[in-house]
Design a protein around this ligand. Structure first.
Ligand code: NAD
Length: 260
């Protein structure tokens, strides 16, 4: 890419598990656009795979990785103090994290337990507030914060279950953060992609069949690719989108416009 709209920007990316992760597509695109990169990975288990992915990137601009399990408040604090040693400020943050216990995705929605509800919302929604809050002081020159939602926030997707209300809460969180962060020129938005074959998506039962249905029904007659989500993330990270905040933007080959 000759056009480097993110040259000199510092980006923090959460949610890279493997080469199929949407977060990895965004990280690569932001890096290619000139951004310095720090990845926050879930735990020791992901250290080697994430470092192996980073070794595929050109050495300039720099890219680093540190652990950050978002269920652990202390780990979030340690991650940002580590990041501060390398980046005097942050310009971009991607939250591409979701989790629901397996049982909660298998039972009827009305059978969701208190414990599974709390866990799902803690990892998939609260973590976004926690990361944004911790990062806020480092956004000294404005910037852009992004998260990943899904159409199940707005309409019933039968197998999405507890993740549906969690994504509704996440989209609302985007608006409330955008409102409070706006005066510091920190923009907060969500991308809502159509189905993409990743580790998290394969936890939803019937996902492969669903992919085929979306491909057949979407106005564009295909499914979205992670790199196409990354292109929109590049737009939302760049100054080209500097009047956009508080929005959830569909990147779904048009599926969400359908009435049935
Ligand atoms: P993925 O499995 O590659 O990414 C999920 C990430 O969440 C992983 O990197 C995992 O390590 C991280 N994570 C889970 N619990 C964590 C914790 N406690 N601490 C730190 N990290 C934790 O799958 P993906 O599809 O790339 O998912 C990324 C985001 O995109 C999710 O929010 C998902 O809901 C959303 N999304 C995915 C699709 C799809 O079809 N794949 C569609 C719309 C939205």
């Amino acid at each position: 890419m000759n056009y480097k709209p993110l040259l000199g920007k510092n980006a923090v990316v959460f949610g890279v598990a493997n080469k199929w992760s949407i977060a990895w597509a965004v990280a690569k695109t932001w890096h290619e656009a000139g951004a310095n990169l720090i990845i926050g990975y879930q735990g020791e288990r992901l250290k080697k795979p994430v470092e192996a992915l980073l070794s595929e990137l050109p050495s300039s601009p720099p890219s680093l990785a540190f652990p950050c399990d978002v269920s652990n408040e202390q780990e979030i604090k340690s991650f940002f103090s580590e990041a501060l040693k390398h980046f005097p400020k942050i310009d971009l943050l991607l939250h591409s994290i979701a989790f629901a216990p397996k049982e909660a995705l298998e039972k009827n929605f009305y059978e969701t337990t208190r414990e599974d509800f709390i866990k799902t919302f803690e990892i998939s929604v609260y973590s976004f507030i926690a990361l944004a809050r911790e990062a806020k002081a480092l956004f000294t020159d404005g910037g852009s914060i992004l998260t990943l939602s899904y159409y199940g926030a707005e309409k019933v997707i039968s197998n999405y279950k507890i993740m549906g209300p969690a994504k509704s809460a996440l989209e609302s969180t985007v608006r409330y953060l955008a409102y409070e962060f706006g005066k510091d020129q920190i923009r907060v938005n969500a991308l809502s992609p159509g189905p993409i074959n990743t580790l998290a998506a394969r936890g939803i039962s019937g996902f492969t069949k669903f992919l085929k249905e979306c491909e057949a029904k979407s106005p564009l007659k295909r499914n979205v690719e992670a790199k196409e989500v990354a292109s929109v993330a590049l737009f939302l990270a760049s100054d080209e989108s500097k009047a956009i905040t508080g929005q959830t933007i569909y990147v779904d080959c048009g599926y969400s416009i359908l009435g049935f």
